[in-house]
Design a binder for this molecule. Structure first.
Ligand code: HT7
Ligand code: ZN
Length: 879
């Protein structure tokens, strides 16, 4: 097996300027005829044309219409001594129905669809399947008349005719594109339509295709497309470029969605929502994923990646754009906190593990493994830092220059940074380290206050731990947003040499000194406001300082982070206590801070719910180099216990108050709405209910807790509240869980996406019988190991969101996942590789768990036909 290296990139020897594709659709034997116009790009005529192929049956090859010599290897079709320019016709046969990997052309619930990013097109026909080969596509789809009412591909509809009982539909895409953006869909759907008029006055027909009978669940999605189109014009000045934009929702999909040019294909999870069956989060995800895919039209499709090492060029930038979209349309601080939680949870974990890689990786074995939180979410943070350093105006100037230079091209991250640099005049040379170095930098700060000079003198040292293949790191450019507060909580204007200075201090060295003048007293320091860089911060807060920030900071993220800091310090302390078999230290400050937030802060419900979040075990693991899982779990449980018991009256009152408001809404006939206000009430009622119930259970009032939860389930008029009850029942192991699960099952067993919530609730319960329950559910008629959504809901939840059971010291969790990985390796290795992430922590776990995971990994490594996706991860974990 071989890794590919970023620095081995070579310009293509041939390009394909035009391709005419004909698909004679058949479930098990689709015939694909590809007629390509090929041009040699090198001087050297001895270089053969090499086309990629995977799982194809080759039927015929012709060069300029005539027989020709060719060589077929396991994964290529090669032709020697070809002319400088010619037409190549390749006929292949593929089996979409048996395509369980869901890459290339496959069948999802009777409908044909494609997924070609990153290397799926080579499973459709032999082709130069690299993103730097941009061709114009014409597609003819042929099927028996009436078989597939909708037959779609990229671009404009050119012809739709019936000949000899066969329907032939022709599409033409005028924009040259890489093969990974090619798409085809054929099947029967409900169709929704909207007309959008662009800022330039052009009419765009926007279509959404969903499963038959689901049209009413598609209105939010199609309206979100229009909102995205309008936003991109207003904020980025980017107008849609064709007269048609199609989105199709399918049930079998490896990821969230795909930005194929003018024919986006979506996992139906991110399209189908209605008031009855979707949660608040489902609604928010639809807006953000629809936005993300639409925004790719410019950042991904019009300007694409030169090679897959550059993936963050389009993904980091597009995540940044979708985050801004949701922030402009919904609630900015909440969106920011959601993004911060992803970075501080899964991304920091990835950066600390064997799969750590820079946002622009240098070595890749299986590209599918690099659609990672690092490339996407840390990539977005890197773009955000550029935005912070340049400011909105210069950033937009940089975007304009980027499009001016590179529209219609396949380019690199370097090209993007150069455009930003040239447009702004700001030197980003050292900033580029964010693209080349992996790992999470740690900034450790200290303050010396000089009362005589009225100066605050900060020292900031940055260091980044070694990551695989990168033992020594160069310093990063870290935009550190700071604010200083007086003991009265009032903000102190930042000044140097008598002049006001920006809150964003740019750290560039390993050791940095930052001085502020005219500081009347020793200040309370807010560091990393708005999480201005993806780093860890260490700062010796004096007593009372975090409370001051929690209460007075004007940046909501600082307030949130102050509470997280307060919580984390007790978690660390009590984890150490648990390890040493010492009694727990009372979490005094957390209790006081919670009390303040709940009783005095006056925060709105939604923000209050976020600020009262206790980080999950997975995130807490990131606080330690060596993970003592049992001690961390015990320490977190203790914190929940203390908060539940000591604030019991407050939780009960809060729950009753919010419940009364809920009842009032129902009494007034006001239905479910996905508004910030209603979402806030539900977010907070979830927190209140869980603490209230935990408190009751701890007091031995299990029956009362059970009754409250079933009451909540019964009163619910929406899926969010229903799941608040369902999850509370399973999370607290209440008697009512049986009745609630039974009712939920009978109501929702016919709706697979909703039923996934049942799988998630059972799989996340932290109790000894959970693994048996998960095993049983694999036999449930709604479970299907070939559907990635089902696998993620049941098995992904168990491995990723239930660290207590998954890492059970018996090793049963590891054994179970190993069985699953071995099964999935043969059907869908990409989904397998995605759910095995928690096992990659093995080197930081205790010796017993490490030994058990090692045994499982050894077993997997021995199976015949092990996929590169799984092999690459285990191999790295072993190094
Ligand atoms: N660009 C898309 C990536 C994607 C994908 C990757 C691997 C396997 C299946 C996939 N489906 C979609 C999604 C996006 O970032 O917009
Ligand atoms: Zn994307």
């Amino acid at each position: 097996r071989q890794e590919k290296r970023r620095l081995d990139y070579k310009k293509p020897d041939f390009t394909i300027t035009d391709i005419d594709l004909t698909f004679e659709l058949d479930l098990t034997a689709t015939i694909v005829t590809a007629v390509s116009r090929v041009k040699r790009l090198t001087e050297d005529r001895k270089i053969p044309l090499v086309l990629n192929g995977d799982s194809l049956k080759l039927l015929d090859v012709k060069l300029d219409g005539a027989e020709c010599a060719f060589r077929e290897t396991e994964n290529t079709l090669e032709l020697d001594s070809v002319p400088d320019e010619f037409t190549l016709t390749v006929k292949t046969c593929i089996n979409p129905k048996d395509n369980s990997e869901l890459m290339g052309l496959y069948v999802s619930d009777g409908k044909f669809c494609t997924q070609n990013e990153p290397e799926g097109f080579r499973r459709i026909t032999f082709f130069t399947d690299h993103p730097d080969v941009l061709a114009r596509y014409t597609t003819h789809i042929i099927a028996p008349d009436g078989a597939y009412p909708f037959m779609l591909s990229n671009g404009n509809l050119i012809k739709d005719e019936v000949k000899d009982g066969k329907r032939v539909v022709t599409w033409e895409d005028p924009f040259p594109k890489p093969s990974y953006l090619f798409a085809l869909v054929a099947g029967d759907f409900d169709e929704l339509h909207r007309d959008f008029v662009t800022c330039g006055g052009r009419h765009v027909d926007v279509y959404l295709y969903v499963d038959k009978g689901q049209a009413s669940c598609g209105t939010v999605a199609i309206d979100s497309i229009l909102r995205a189109m309008e936003w991109d014009e207003k904020r980025f000045g980017l107008e849609y470029d064709l007269n048609r934009f199609n989105v199709v929702a399918v049930d079998f999909f490896n990821a969230g969605a795909m930005e194929n040019k003018s024919l986006n294909i979506f996992n139906s999870k991110y399209v189908l929502v209605d008031a009855e069956s979707a949660t608040d989060t489902d609604f928010e995800n639809v807006l953000s994923v629809i936005g993300h895919e639409y925004f790719h039209n410019w950042t991904g499709d019009r300007v694409t990646c030169r090679d897959w090492f550059q993936l963050s060029l389009k993904e980091g930038l597009t995540v940044f754009r979708d985050q801004e979209f949701s922030s402009d349309l919904c609630c900015r601080p909440i969106e920011r906190i959601k993004a911060v939680n992803i970075i501080k949870g899964p991304q920091f974990t990835e950066d600390a593990g064997p799969m750590a890689h820079p946002i622009r990786p240098d070595y890749v074995m299986e590209m599918n493994n690099f659609y990672s939180v690092t490339v996407y979410d840390k990539g977005a943070e890197v773009i955000r830092m550029i935005h912070t350093i340049l400011g909105e105006e210069l950033f937009q100037k940089g975007m304009k220059l980027y499009f001016k230079r590179h529209d219609g091209c396949a380019v690199t991250c370097e090209d993007f940074v150069s455009a930003m640099e040239d447009a702004s005049g700001i030197d980003l040379k050292q900033f580029r380290n964010w693209y080349s170095q992996a790992g999470t930098p740690c900034v450790s700060g200290s303050l010396r206050y000089d009362a005589e000079k009225k100066q605050a003198v900060y020292t900031f040292n940055q260091s980044t731990p070694a990551t695989p293949g990168q033992s020594v790191k160069q310093p990063f450019v870290i935009p550190l947003s700071m604010a200083l507060y007086g003991s009265d909580g009032r903000k102190i204007l930042l000044k140097r040499n008598g002049e006001p200075v920006s809150e964003v201090q740019i750290l560039t060295e390993e050791h940095n000194v930052v001085v502020f003048d005219d500081v009347p007293e020793r200040p309370v320091t807010a560091l990393l406001q708005n999480f201005s860089a993806p780093v860890k911060v260490e700062y010796p807060y004096a007593q009372g300082e975090l409370e001051t920030l929690l209460k007075c900071a004007d940046d909501p993220v600082t307030r949130y982070e102050s509470m997280q800091n307060i919580i984390n310090s007790y978690i660390v302390l009590n984890t150490v206590n648990a390890q040493r078999r010492l009694p727990f230290t009372h979490s005094e400050l957390v209790v006081q801070s919670f009390r303040y937030i709940l009783e005095e802060s006056g925060l709105d419900n939604r923000f209050m719910a976020y600020i009262l979040r206790i980080p999950p075990v997975n995130t807490l693991m990131g606080l330690f180099t060596a993970i003592d899982l049992d001690a961390i779990i015990a320490s977190r449980k203790e914190l929940v216990r203390v908060l539940s018991v000591e604030l019991a009256d407050i939780w009960e009152k809060l729950y009753q108050k919010l419940l009364a408001e809920f009842r009032q809404r129902l009494a007034e006939g006001r239905g479910y709405e996905c508004t910030e206000e209603q979402i806030g009430s539900r977010d907070l009622i979830r927190v209140a209910l869980n603490f209230h119930v935990r408190g009751l259970v701890l007091k031995g009032e299990e029956a009362k807790a059970s009754a409250i939860v079933s009451g909540h389930y019964r009163i619910s008029d929406n899926m969010t509240d229903t799941l608040i009850a369902l999850n509370a029942a399973t999370a607290h192991n209440l008697e009512s869980r049986h009745e609630i699960l039974k009712d939920f099952e009978s109501r929702w067993r016919d709706n697979a996406l909703v039923f996934d919530n049942y799988f998630r609730a059972v799989a996340s319960a932290p109790y000894p019988d959970t693994l048996d329950n998960v095993r049983k559910l694999m036999e449930h008629e709604c479970f299907d190991l070939t559907n990635p959504n089902r696998v993620r809901a049941l098995l992904g939840t168990f491995s990723q969101l239930n660290p207590e059971c998954f890492n059970d010291i018996s090793g049963r969790g590891y054994e179970f996942l190993t069985e699953i990985l071995i099964k999935l390796n043969g059907t869908n290795p990409h989904v397998a590789a995605a759910i095995m992430t928690p096992m990659l922590n093995l080197n930081r776990l205790d010796i017993k768990r490490k030994g058990m995971i090692t045994d499982c990994f050894n077993r997997i490594m021995r199976i015949p036909g092990l996929s590169d996706s799984i092999f690459e991860k285990i191999d790295k974990a072993f190094k």
